[in-house]
Design a protein around this ligand. Structure first.
Ligand code: ASP
Ligand code: MG
Length: 422
């Protein structure tokens, strides 16, 4: 039985491309899909560790390197693997050629080192695919209107793959990686975590942005916007056998209302990369909070969770919020400089925190999701330092020492443990 031919994008990450043996293995997987009559474009990452190595060369050459030249250097990792994969494919009888970012071209903004994809010219690509050729496209890179090489930001080849899939109107975009799908939570913490069969774009977006590192967040946003069906699956199975289905990231329609509503919570993520800042005795008057957050915004520092405590009749209040851990030093600097204007007493940083988030579109139609969370944490004596919510997410900030315990307890509380599975 041969399934109807599809147009597909297969994306392979750095671990799958690390060395010739693995690239040969990837070539066999590509051949398997191509041999079914599918039109196949492959998007590849650099060999794992290679981009870090290239970034370090730039830093060594000059700490104040020109981002345009940085892009020239770091884009080379994917140039190497795309050429090597084309060679490996040809060696097993699959017609293949590489298409570098500037050759298609993949047009991007000129924000070097974090460029955004604009349009992708598919004329040459389509002609090549129609001839039965496999197109091998380096991820992570593109070119500006003016012809300079750009890169998309670290982890960007997921976004390249989704963008190529959207441009060529692919039936699906298969992201082959070193895990076999998206799990209800980190299996290293909860051995009973389950592989999720289907997850909505929105849920994946929330999970990706709160620390589940399977897909680059931007790639999920793009897939949602362009309605690209994404599958995350393992690249380490038998390359010649039909792969075990991974996790499909799809629209809510495809999952079906009933299924969406069955499950209150789809996944739990944690993120240790936030830092908490408390300003004590901030004057309790209109505009006070603006004097804190305006200078942070001007410094492009993203504030995430915010708690303002009630005033105790003293005319002042404590304000607590979180920033990315990597921005803590800069945040403190900005706030110290603004002390006069804000008028706080003390500035107290705390890096020993972790944000735990429970995510699920089922939350929209089920009450009590947050209450379950607070109750489960309270029973274990875990103190909540801050809370934020969105329509499909509840996040709490806790002491980092309780990360594993909190994730485990919540996984059980929401009935996500494998043995509870229907
Ligand atoms: N090679 C790039 C990086 O390491 C892009 C990617 O692999 O997604 O960030
Ligand atoms: Mg990646």
């Amino acid at each position: 039985m041969s399934p109807p031919a599809d147009r597909i994008v297969m994306k392979f990450g750095g671990t799958s491309m690390a060395g010739i043996e693995r690239i040969r293995n990837v070539a066999r997987q590509v051949k398997r899909e191509w041999a079914k009559g599918n039109q196949v474009a492959v998007v590849v990452s650099a060999m794992s560790g290679e981009t870090d190595r290239l970034v370090n060369f730039c830093r060594e050459a000059s700490p104040l390197y020109d981002p345009k030249e940085y892009d020239v250097v770091v884009a080379s990792g994917e140039q190497v693997t795309s050429g090597l994969l084309a060679i490996a494919l040809q060696a097993i009888g699959v017609p293949a050629r590489s298409w570098l970012g500037w050759q298609l071209p993949i047009r991007t903004s000129d924000a070097h080192a974090s460029a955004r994809i604009g349009t992708i010219d598919t004329e040459a690509l389509n002609a090549s695919l129609a001839k039965g050729e496999v197109a091998v496209i380096p991820g992570f890179q593109g070119q500006t209107e003016g012809g300079r090489v750009t890169t998309l930001g670290r982890g960007g080849s997921d976004t390249s793959a989704v963008a190529v899939a959207a441009a060529m109107k692919a039936d699906r975009c298969d992201i082959y990686t070193d895990v076999d799908g998206v799990y209800t939570t980190d299996p290293r913490i909860v051995p009973k975590a389950r592989k999720i069969e289907k997850i909505t774009y929105e849920e994946m977006l929330e999970l990706a942005s709160v620390g589940a590192k399977v897909l680059q967040t931007r790639s999920v946003g793009l897939a949602m916007k362009e309605k690209v069906r994404v599958q995350v699956l393992s690249s380490f199975g038998d390359p010649d056998a039909e792969p075990t289905p991974g996790t499909f990231v799809v629209s809510e329609d495809e999952i079906g209302e009933n299924n969406v509503e069955q499950q209150h919570i789809t996944g739990i993520a944690y993120d240790r990369n936030e830092a908490k800042i408390t300003l004590t005795a901030v004057p309790d008057r209109p505009g006070a909070v603006a004097t804190i957050f305006n200078p942070l915004a001007e410094a492009s520092i993203n504030v995430d969770m915010i708690v303002q405590n009630v005033a105790h009749g003293t005319g002042s209040t404590d304000v607590t919020f979180t920033v990315p851990g990597a921005e803590l030093a800069r945040s403190l600097d900005v706030l110290e400089k603004a002390q006069q204007e804000i008028g706080y007493a003390k500035l107290i940083p705390d890096t020993q925190v972790c944000k735990i988030s429970v995510v699920g579109v089922g939350m929209r139609s089920h009450a009590g999701v947050a209450a379950t969370m607070f109750q489960a944490l309270a029973e274990r004596g875990i103190n909540i330092l801050a809370i934020t919510t969105s329509e499909i997410k509840v996040s709490v900030l806790i002491h980092e020492d309780y990360t594993e315990l909190a994730v485990r307890v919540l996984h059980t509380a929401y009935g996500l443990d494998a043995e509870d599975a229907a």
